[in-house]
Every structure is written in C-alpha cells, then in structure tokens.
Write a protein that binds this ligand. Structure first.
Ligand code: GLY
Length: 392
C-alpha cells in the first residue's frame, strides 16, 4: 500500500479511536479524506502551463485564482508542489508537469531585489534536484546563493529583507528570511564555497540575538542601522501590532532554526527552535485542533481567521525537530496538525476548481489580503510534512 495512504489510515484510526467512534465512522472518514486529497492532487495537473501565471491563492466565492509572475515571492511553490507530489505518489505525470514549470523561476536566481530569492529558487530548483541530480539545477541554486549574498551587510551581520518603504525602515530583517538560508547552506555543499554558509551562519546568529522576546515568541521585523549595525526598532508588517505574535512568523522561526541546526549542529539553534515550538504548542490561544489563528494576540479571537499555512510550516518543522531531539511531543503535535487537516473542514471540496489542496490560510491580515483562503505555500509545507512523516 502507498505509504501516504497508510499514513492517513493510521491518522484516521488514531483520531477516531480517541473519539470512541465506531468502525463505520472510521472507514467513512478515512475514505473521504483519501478521495478528497487524490482529487485535489489531480487538479494541479489540469492547471495550464504559462510562464506568467504561477498560481498563488484563490478566492472561492468568485472562483478567482490569483496568478503571479516569477518575481513574486511565492512563484517557486507550484513547481515545488508538483515535484513533491511526484515523490509522494510515484506518478510520472507530476514529474512531467514539474519539469515544465521549474525553468520559469530560473531568472530569479539573478534578481537581487529582495531576500525572497531563497523561496523562489530553492522551493523549485531545490525540489527538482532532490528528484533529478542535474548539474543545471545545482548551477541555478549556486547562482541564486551568489545573488542573495549581495544583500548581506557585514556591519549588521544579516541579509537585508526588503527594499520598499525606505521611509519606515533603514535595514529591515524579517523572521521569514531564516527560510532563505537553506539556499545558502545547500549552495555551499554543492559548490564547496564556504562563503554562502558563513553568511547564513552570521545571519542566523544576528537573528538569534535580536529577533526573539523573553517568552521565545519572535518579532516580525527588526530594523537595523546599516552603518553601526545597532537595532533601531522591533516592529511588524504582517502581525496585528508590533508586540503581537504573528503565527506564520513563529513557524518560520522554528523551521528556520531547525533547518540551520541540520547544517551546522549548533546547539543554540536547536534550543531556540525548541523554545519557540513550545511557545506555539502550549499557547492558550491555540485552538484544540492545532491550527492557529493568524495572530496569537488578535483581540478578535475566537472569531479571527485561522492560518493553515502557519500550521503546515510548523508541522513540517516539528517532524524534523523530532528527528534531532526524539522528543515525542513534537511528533505528536505534528501528527495532530496533520490529522486536523485531513478532513473536509480543511481539504478543499472538489467543486472548487483550482490547483490548491487546503483551505483557510491567511496571507496578510493588516492589508486585508488573502484572508481565509487556499494559499500555495500552505500546500507546499503540507506536502513536505507528508514526505517527512513517511521518511521519503
Ligand atoms: N514571506 C511572506 C509571508 O510569510 O507572508
């Protein structure tokens, strides 16, 4: 039996056993979720190949798919999802489609306009390289790392995140930027050039020093003085306010420091990843099913939108964190998230025609943008969590 299907069978049984449900209910829930997922996966194949139209999110009411060009930070995820589906299912159709989409991100390896080169290049070409050991894929990753390093300031000890809103920030570094370090670590491994890894380590160390609060939650944005390297202010763009706890940011932090531990074995990274994971898992504002509201301090809770993307980033990170610590609470929590998502509450109904799997993510609440919608990166980390769970 396919390992993914086995995984959901086990999850379904565990969930229903804990609910003391009968055997008929067990069969029904498990079958429903398998069918739902399979139908959703196939919809990724139906999406027409177009270099200017990476699917990013969808408004279900109007059936409108938001499509973006390669310069958008989310552009690498669709190819990444297809590569991951190939690894999960073994179905060549996903690989064929992934091969068509991946080259569209190539030019982003030369675009130094933001730190997002890591998301755009690594989530597409990095996934491609896991399947096919092609020199051309490795070359794009190394080129992307070289480009990302242009944004590094040695005085600050970090890579600059954004160039916009220069009237607000002098040198903004956001927690999301930890995710881009994977491109640098991998580029060092592929090229033998230690520069990329050294910059990644400096960035992680600066983030470790300045981005976290005493309770181990993290700020979204730290603004630095680029000349002295001093912290100017600790603030937010996507959270409820500067002192709130943006849920996806906590996911980026746990994922970023766990991944950085993978390459460096620095125990300080593991310690921070565990502390922020515990903050998330034990938070009084976390709903029972483990899927957080978009911000842990939104005063509108419990009537605030959830953010499935924060949950899938966290689930994927916790599977990796469990591998290093053998702390079963991380494994149990990741499984809880995946069990919750494995239901018609979160998996999109097949009446929704779009290349997405999960509903109920929140992109940018302060901008009223992508609220409670299917968003591509939630699916990416969901598929990655499935792969990690099944050791693929
Ligand atoms: N990196 C942007 C976001 O998480 O929304």
């Amino acid at each position: 039996m396919n390992k993914v299907i086995s995984f959901f069978l086990i999850l379904g049984f565990a969930l229903l056993a804990s609910c003391k449900s009968g055997i008929n209910a067990q069969t029904k829930v498990t079958t429903t979720s398998e069918n739902l997922l399979e139908k959703r996966y196939k919809m990724l194949l139906d999406y027409p190949v177009d270099s200017m139209s990476m699917p990013r999110s969808m408004t279900i009411k109007t059936n409108l798919i938001k499509k973006v060009p390669s310069k958008d930070w989310t552009s690498g995820f669709f190819a990444g999802n297809l590569w991951q589906l190939y690894r999960l299912t073994g179905n060549e159709a996903y690989k064929n489609q992934a091969e068509k989409w991946t080259p569209f991100s190539k030019k982003e390896s030369l675009n130094s306009n933001s730190h997002d080169v890591g998301f755009k290049v690594y989530c597409s070409f990095g996934e491609a390289l896991k399947v096919e050991n092609k020199q051309e894929y490795a070359a794009v990753i190394i080129k992307g790392a070289e480009t990302l390093c242009k944004r590094f300031n040695a005085k600050v000890g970090a890579i600059r995140s954004w160039d916009f809103s220069k009237e607000i920030w002098d040198y903004p570094v956001i927690i999301d930027n930890m995710m881009n370090l994977e491109l640098l670590f991998e580029a060092s491994k592929l090229s033998g050039n230690k520069k990329y890894q050294e910059i990644a380590i400096q960035h992680a160390n600066t983030t470790l020093k300045n981005q976290f609060r005493a309770d181990n939650s993290c700020y979204h944005v730290i603004d630095y003085d680029p000349t002295s390297g001093a912290v100017r202010k600790k603030t937010t763009l996507q959270g409820y306010n500067d002192d709130s706890v943006w849920a996806r940011g906590q996911g980026w932090a746990v994922y970023g420091f766990t991944m950085s531990y993978r390459y460096t074995k620095d125990p300080a990274y593991l310690k921070q990843a565990e502390a922020t994971a515990k903050f998330f898992m034990n938070n009084k504002n976390l709903p029972q099913d483990g899927i957080p509201y978009w911000d842990f301090k939104d005063p509108g809770i419990p009537n605030s939108p959830r953010d499935v993307s924060a949950a899938t980033v966290m689930a994927s990170a916790l599977y990796e964190l469990y591998g290093y610590t053998k702390n079963k609470s991380y494994l149990a929590f990741a499984d809880k998230i995946m069990t919750s998502l494995n239901s018609d509450k979160y998996i999109l109904n097949d009446a929704v025609k779009g290349p997405f799997i999960l509903d109920h993510s929140t992109g940018n609440w302060p901008k009223h943008d992508e609220i409670d919608e299917p968003i591509i990166y939630a699916d990416y980390y969901f598929l990655e969590a499935l792969l990690r769970k099944s050791n693929k």
